[in-house]
Write a protein that binds this ligand. Sequence first.
Ligand code: 13P
Ligand code: SF4
Length: 330
Amino acid sequence: MNELKEKIIKLKKSLDVTIVAHYYQKDEVFDMADITGDSLELAKRSSQTDTEFILFCGVGFMGQSVKVLAPQKRVLMPRIACCAMARMIDVDYFDENLNIINKAGIHTKDILPITYINSSAEVKARVGKLDGIVCTSSNAYDIIKRALKSGKKIFFVPDRCLGQNFANDLGLKSAVIGIDDMKKIKSADIICYNGFCSVHQLFTVDDVAFYKDKYPDIIVAVHPECDPSVVAVADFVGSTSQLIKFIKELDISQKVVVGTEYNMVHRLRQKNTYTLSATKPQCPTMNETTLEDLYNTLKSIKDGKYENEITIEKDVAKYAKIALEKMFEI
Ligand code: 13P
Ligand code: SF4
């Protein structure tokens, strides 16, 4: 075994710590984790562990979610890497967009905001203050369906693709602020903020056509952060966990091309498995975390320095928790 891995294992044994890693982490980091999963599973499972420290290998909003749900825990991240999509929205942008919705003739009291978990604690808190909910790609369908029972329109942030894809799935009308006109915004059931994932934007309808042409029996499986045009021609759409389950159940002779992050796809099934892009679809921020970072953060716990510890302002944590807990209730 690699010398650094041995040092990490040894150091970890002397500490009260759980190492957590998202599916998109590099293999060598992923191998060191006690808990692995998608964003929903990680938020839930790591907040329920009995160790004092959580060492979270992922992107910033994921570590924040654990801290919000389990404030008594000390959450440290080897890298506080910020998801490109989460960075596309802050509270000011949220409010500006809410103003545009108001200008389209819809009152704030008639809007129920839903934020994808890929957003900062501040944005989640803003949503929580407005009686809104958090969702992930695993549960967005159920959360949106339940939210619509309120009779309100949904303001979905920050991923326009997720909002549009689930609106299409539910047979609802959607509009994107900044792209669609006021008339379309006014008549939409789901009004989307204009954010997106730079990695999932790499996958195109042409890529699907290329693979279908080359291997007519291939199955196309994509994450709902892909553009609606890609989702429309895919055979299966699901969150990272749902994709893993679907692909693992396929016969190994079945070719599959997957529209999501490279590290996860590559680890999943080496034979008859392709990524839906001519370029390697790696998430730059997920890939920032290295084994060395992991070792240094553990060492900082040992030395009492607690590097990259997640802290959240009290009021922000309070309202972000309200929005996150509503998701778990549903
Ligand atoms: P999951 O919720 O499926 O883990 O996805 C998180 C993410 O960032 C996908 O790009
Ligand atoms: Fe964010 Fe996209 Fe990376 Fe997921 S893949 S963490 S949405 S930038």
